[in-house]
Write a protein that binds this ligand. Structure first.
Ligand code: PMP
Length: 415
């Protein structure tokens, strides 16, 4: 009986879901908030807010110190969070989940630890032109130090990675390929499985930046067969300041530590220090305990839904937005790949994206404008930036109507 109950999923009802997110009840600039900036960060359900508050109210203590009951309770919840995240991406073991501050720090950790130990003069790293700066700059920093090169794989005018160009660039001097699973600017879902398999065929490692993927569809690191997978809690209904680096065990074990300090050591002496095992070798200092507990609450929250229903809802929002966009005079959609999730990027003829964003904000509609930390991609399209509406499970079709009504006003004002 119990196991049947625990497998039961909460049926999808967007109005019920909205009640779980207290921030959505707000008025902004005199209008009910329409939050369409989910690719920047998602809102947090009560379950997450309450879990963090409960931690501080009832079990706040440092972890892995074991000296008293609160510390035991905090440690248990902190490690339970790691196990939940391991299940979430189907990691073979919890110790392959390394807590970081987010995707940015996860990628920097790989560049710093793996890159410095393994790259040599003449080596190459491939990224695509549609990467977030956090999947470009860490590689540039380490390559500069080691005499290696970062090379971009071209992106076509639909916003898709040009696989021919990728195969042309791929040879045995390529030591690592780092690609995002979903573009934060366009929402295009990249063919990461093909990229991972091809990278492996020349002996290169493959890093997947999953920051924009995990909130939209299930991810299985074993099916993908990637070497590293990175993501942030805050884009997945969890708190800011915490994320995950998932890595292949052998690779993580072979890498030197990231930062030195407490927790990451086994023995410290002036004649030589030895390091802790996984995952602690990479987790120097007091971790974000409340963040990990909040992250677990976010994943638990998501797990009560049938993900296919959530995906279908988001798909229908995007299709509706594309349909209204087609009928709207003077919109140019940027990124027209057939495989997109959660993002509608566009320009209004003759209007600067920042002005469009400001006029929408005055009507209570939150979107993001600018280059979205992807300047090389802006260059591909020869544009300074876009207006980006990005969707989540709590958005409604009525909110997309509000977006287009807002755009109509903005157009009249600006054109
Ligand atoms: N990669 C992608 C694709 C992103 O969208 C983001 C966040 N916008 C990042 C990396 C960086 O994530 P964070 O700021 O959480 O470290």
């Amino acid at each position: 009986m119990l196991s049947t109950l625990s497998k039961e999923k909460r049926s999808f009802n967007v109005e019920e879901i909205r009640k779980d997110f207290p921030i959505l009840e707000q008025q902004v600039n005199g209008y009910p908030l329409v939050y369409l900036d989910n690719a920047a960060t998602t809102q947090k359900p009560n379950a997450v807010i309450d879990a963090i508050s409960r931690y501080y109210r009832t079990i706040n203590a440092n972890v892995h110190r074991g000296a008293h009951s609160l510390s035991d309770a905090a440690t248990q919840e902190f490690e339970a969070a790691r196990s939940t995240l391991a299940n979430f991406v189907n990691s073979p073991a919890p110790e392959q989940i390394i807590w970081t501050r987010g995707t940015t720090e996860a990628i920097n950790l790989i560049a710093h630890c793996w890159g410095r130990a393994n790259l040599a003069k003449g080596d190459r790293i491939l990224v695509s032109e549609l990467e977030h700066h956090s999947n470009i700059v860490p590689w540039q920093l380490v390559c500069e130090e080691k005499g290696a090169r970062v090379e971009p794989v071209r992106v076509n005018q639909n916003g898709e990675i040009d696989l021919e160009d990728f195969h042309r660039l791929l040879d045995e001097r390529v030591r690592l390929v780092s690609i995002n699973h979903v573009s934060n600017v366009l929402g295009s879902v990249n063919p990461v499985k093909t990229i991972i398999d091809s990278a492996h065929s020349v002996g290169a490692l493959c890093v997947i930046d999953g920051a924009q993927a995990v909130s939209h569809f299930p991810v299985d690191v074993q099916v993908l067969n990637c070497d590293f997978y990175c993501f942030s809690a805050h884009k997945l209904f969890g708190p800011t300041g915490i994320g995950v680096l998932w890595g292949r065990k052998q690779l993580l074990e072979s890498m030197p530590p990231y930062q030195g300090g407490g927790e990451m050591i086994e023995q410290v002496s002036f004649s030589g220090t030895t390091f802790n095992g996984l995952p602690y070798k990479f987790e120097a200092g007091t971790p974000d305990i409340a963040g990990a507990i909040g992250f677990k609450a976010a994943v638990d929250y998501l797990s009560v839904f049938d993900r296919a229903e959530l995906e279908a809802h988001e798909y229908s929002l995007l299709q509706y937005c594309i349909e209204l966009g087609r009928a709207f005079e003077s919109i140019k959609r940027i990124g027209t790949s057939d495989t997109q999730v959660g993002v509608y990027s566009f320009l209004l003829d003759g209007c600067h994206p920042a002005d469009v964003g400001t006029l929408l904000d005055q009507q209570g509609i939150a979107v993001r404008t600018g280059h979205h930390c992807a300047q090389p991609l802006m260059k591909v399209f020869s544009i300074p930036g876009t207006v980006r509406a990005s969707f989540s499970i709590y958005n409604t079709h009525a909110e997309i109507d509000r977006l287009f009504a807002g755009l109509e006003k903005a157009r009249k004002f600006l054109q």
